[in-house]
Design a protein around this ligand. Structure first.
Ligand SMILES: Nc1ncnc2c1ncn2[C@@H]1O[C@H](COP(=O)(O)OP(=O)(O)OP(=O)(O)O)[C@@H](O)[C@H]1O
Ligand SMILES: [Mg+2]
Length: 237
């Protein structure tokens, strides 16, 4: 279980997150929704060790997370950053290998095949430079890199951003599949509230660096405050 307790964090003198309390039980999908600038990426970057904790704690199985990003990755926490950050001058093959840098050669081989099964286009373009892929293809590659690490906890920063509906449905299906078939724990931050809440076991609404509403995904999709502010007043089925 990943537990965030009374967390405050930000950038130098700029305070962003205030008194954040979030629990992520093993095997669950936990969603954080919030508008531009609410602090969603800051939250994931703080879990990953890229943004410093000012006060409070982040605990994994009752133990404080180590202080550096690479040691946090070694504890089984992988982030897929916002904006499909792939290595543009590396090929798809090289990007995938980078994603599996803690894996053995045989694990890399097996996981590469799984990535190709999920995203056949990546197989066709294996030797192409990642920077020349389309936006949607780069998002697939970013997801593929996350799959290569096969983390215990996957942190996803707005995977739907800028994707056509068909690809974005595919990305969310993959997230659910990783959760169901590999029991991967998912922390998903999204502006696209309806699709995210519908797949959430538990969800939080982040506004201006603070959690203002929380509950099960089912509760939040019908919450009048969430409906008015994030779902355009419409309840999605
Ligand atoms: N490196 C930084 N230095 C200073 N301020 C930053 C930095 N990164 C983010 N911020 C500020 O922190 C606040 C929260 O930003 P953050 O990126 O966490 O929001 P977000 O919820 O992810 O937004 P979006 O949906 O647009 O990605 C914003 O006011 C932003 O300007
Ligand atoms: Mg962000």
């Amino acid at each position: 279980m990943l537990e965030i307790n009374h967390l405050h964090s930000g950038y130098n003198k700029i305070k962003v997150l205030e008194d954040i309390n979030i629990q992520v039980p093993d095997g669950k999908i936990v969603v954080v929704i919030g508008r531009n600038g609410a602090g969603k990426s800051t939250l994931l970057n703080t879990i990953s060790g890229l943004v410093k904790i000012s006060s409070g704690s982040i605990m994994l199985d009752g133990e404080k997370l180590p202080p550096t990003p690479h040691r946090i990755v070694a504890r089984g926490i992988t982030q897929i950053p916002e904006g499909r950050r792939v290595f543009p001058s590396l090929t798809i093959e090289e990007n995938l290998i980078m994603g599996g840098y803690l894996a053995t050669a045989s694990e890399i081989q097996k996981r590469t095949l799984e990535v190709f099964e999920t995203f056949p286009i990546l197989k066709e373009r294996f030797h192409q430079q990642a920077g020349t892929l389309s936006g949607g293809e780069q998002q697939m590659l970013a997801m593929g890199r996350g799959m290569m690490a096969n983390p215990r906890i996957l942190l996803l920063d707005e995977p739907s951003l800028g994707l056509a509906p068909l690809i974005f449905t595919q990305v969310f299906e993959l997230v659910q599949q990783l959760n169901e078939e590999r029991n991967m724990t998912i922390v998903l931050v999204e502006q696209n509230a309806s699709i995210a809440l519908n797949m959430a076991d538990y969800a939080y609404v982040l506004e201006d660096g603070k959690i203002v509403i929380e509950g099960t995904g089912k509760d939040l999709v019908v919450d009048p405050r969430v409906k008015a502010a994030y779902l355009g007043g419409v309840v999605e089925e």
